[in-house]
Design a protein around this ligand. Structure first.
Ligand code: SF4
Length: 64
């Protein structure tokens, strides 16, 4: 599984970072998402799904 982030859609809301700081960070410049670990495993897979779900701008998706 791979996390895809569309920074063009990201509004810098930070919900992904709040959900799992091990997977996501935000740019200090414009607040857009930075994926720290695009291929999570174990417990982080569920956290990645949660982050996709909570993102208000549909900027995150998962690829199998
Ligand atoms: S939750 Fe979505 S909009 Fe907010 S920083 Fe993360 S990817 Fe961007």
């Amino acid at each position: 599984m791979k996390i895809i982030a569309d920074t063009g859609k990201c509004v810098g809301a930070g919900q992904c970072v709040l959900t799992e700081p091990a997977l996501f960070d935000q740019s200090e410049e414009d607040g857009t998402v930075i994926v720290l670990n695009a291929e999570p495993d174990g417990d982080l897979v569920e956290k990645a799904r949660e982050a996709v779900h909570v993102c208000p701008s549909q900027a995150l998706s998962l690829e199998d």
